[in-house]
Write a protein that binds this ligand. Structure first.
Ligand code: SF4
Ligand code: SF4
Length: 111
């Protein structure tokens, strides 16, 4: 009878834990290679602008005159190009994602 396997599934679901998490209260641990957001050690930056030129989405803006480096978070596609091209290795891909926001998120750093 088809009801028996169906009843088994219902009983199993009643006694098992949910497959989902109560995000954002319970967040999933990121995988080792998760690409979350770009971080910069601004003290190491020489403002060469390579990351700015290599970024495919124009998320990064480097202003040598005032020693500024900024990133528009929602434009970034986490391709990692800027990290690979930086001659000073001062960029890093962090595993935490940028938090959702209703507008543009621009982070600016100055040396
Ligand atoms: S490539 Fe590196 S050193 Fe050059 S501007 Fe970007 S972050 Fe700074
Ligand atoms: S990870 Fe890619 S898209 Fe994001 S800032 Fe770097 S180069 Fe641009």
């Amino acid at each position: 009878m088809a009801f028996v396997p169906f009843a088994k599934t219902i009983f199993k679901n009643l006694v098992s834990k949910p497959a989902t998490r109560l995000y954002p209260v319970t967040a999933r641990k990121p995988f080792d290679r998760t690409r979350g957001h770009i971080e910069i050690d601004i003290q190491q930056c020489i403002f060469c602008g390579l990351c700015d030129r290599k970024c495919p989405t124009h998320a990064i803006t480097v202003t040598k005159a005032d020693k500024g480096w900024s990133i528009e978070r929602m434009r970034c596609i986490q391709c990692n190009s800027c990290v690979e091209v930086c001659p000073k290795k001062c960029l890093n891909m962090d595993q935490q994602y940028t938090r959702p926001a209703p507008g543009k998120v621009v982070d600016t750093f100055h040396a």
